[in-house]
Ligand binder design. Structure first.
Ligand SMILES: [Zn+2]
Ligand SMILES: [Zn+2]
Length: 138
């Protein structure tokens, strides 16, 4: 008997497929300069999971160490950003929300690094905003 995963996702070309058997721990928009470069977008939306609940069932993302203790993964074929792992979050993997099949089901719990936010990005006043990380506060 197989249990349906909580989330399924794939990169733009479909070479990387992920299944996640876990509720999301948190969802956050990160406006930091590294995420902006890594995604070429104004901010990146991440969903936090325990690594144990995340399975790459097809393909293997390439890994780039964007800074000390930080691993960003992406599809080596189409370039879609896939995940973020940092030593500051042991045991966690942060999945780029937009690779999930139903990202609209997740609502960001906070905005982080808003001091680096693009001036044309409007923040929802009902969503907590932090100058730096907020992930520890969940
Ligand atoms: Zn791909
Ligand atoms: Zn960031």
């Amino acid at each position: 008997m197989s249990v349906e995963p909580n989330f399924k996702g794939s990169c733009l070309c479909g070479a990387i497929k992920v299944e996640i058997s876990q509720e999301a721990k948190w969802t956050s928009n990160c406006h930091c300069p590294s995420c902006q470069k890594a995604t070429s977008a104004a901010f990146a939306t991440f969903v936090g999971f325990d690594k144990a609940g995340v399975s790459f069932i097809e393909g293997k993302p390439k890994v780039f160490n964007s800074s000390v203790g930080v691993k960003r993964s992406f599809c080596g074929n189409c370039g879609s950003p896939v995940s973020f792992e940092g030593e500051a979050w042991p045991g966690e993997i942060h999945i780029h929300a937009m690779i999930l099949d139903k990202p609209a089901e997740l609502e960001p719990g906070h905005n982080t690094y808003v001091r680096n936010r693009m001036p044309w990005v409007e923040l929802d006043p009902n969503v907590p905003a932090y100058d730096k990380f907020a992930h520890d506060e969940d």
